[in-house]
Design a protein around this ligand. Structure first.
Ligand SMILES: C=C(O[C@@H]1C=C(C(=O)O)C=C[C@H]1O)C(=O)O
Length: 126
């Protein structure tokens, strides 16, 4: 298997080392192991999402459609807020998080569109 920077990750890295009891440290490390798995999953999920939105970006550029679709965003945000409530996640946080991702996607779509139209704007590194 190819080495990646993730191989250098030290799951026991902590500013608390030597300052708390071994028992507490063991419990902390056990919970952090789940946090590490969740974080890895988030990265893979986000990578898949950006792969999908990139396809949308090319489709929009080819058909001369605007990078943002505010009507779609309103529907997505309302849905995500409802899902967050059901999951006992702060809906305001869910909305902020989705808006953060969407604004990055729109930046990518703008760059794809600029590129498609022969411009040299490449803000998103695409
Ligand atoms: C991905 C799209 O483009 C933009 C980004 C969105 C997203 O990241 O979910 C949603 C709407 C658009 O503003 C889309 O139109 O579907």
């Amino acid at each position: 298997m190819t080495e990646t920077s993730a191989d250098e990750f030290d799951p026991a890295a902590s500013s608390l080392a030597g300052k708390i009891s071994d028992d507490v440290m063991q419990e902390l490390l056990a919970v952090r192991s789940s946090i590490d798995n969740i974080d890895a999953t988030l990265v893979y999920l986000l990578a898949e999402r950006f792969k999908a939105t990139q396809r949308v970006g090319y489709l929009k550029a080819e058909h001369d459609l605007p990078p943002a679709d505010p009507g779609r965003e309103v529907a997505q945000i309302a849905r995500l807020r409802r899902l967050a409530e059901d999951a006992h996640l702060d809906p305001a946080f869910a909305e902020k998080f989705l808006n953060f991702i969407i604004s990055e996607v729109i930046r990518h779509h703008q760059a794809i569109s600029d590129n498609h139209n022969g411009g040299n704007s490449n803000a998103a590194g695409l």
